[in-house]
Design a protein around this ligand. Sequence first.
Ligand SMILES: [Zn+2]
Length: 103
Amino acid sequence: MKIRKNDTVLVITGKDKGKKGKVRFAYPKDKRVLVEGINFIKKHSRARGRVRQAGIIDLEAPIHVSNVMLLCDKCNHPVRIGSRFLEDGRKVRICRSCHEVID
Ligand SMILES: [Zn+2]
């Protein structure tokens, strides 16, 4: 998966379109990411002990990677990601716009 934890991404579709956030978790198997402040869902919860309050709470839910684009630090733009091999054989992600190494 091209998007990873701690990447800053821009939401390009859905109700949070245009918002930016940091990836808190990546779920490569599901091709989903959990982005800070994005895709809040209402969840009903029952009181459990003293800590949990009963009622409706807002929770972030993972969204599909196809709904986000990586924001490149260097060109400060949502970009497509490419990859390149370094001289030592390591594979790194690159910004297809400014060709800077992202990793
Ligand atoms: Zn760039």
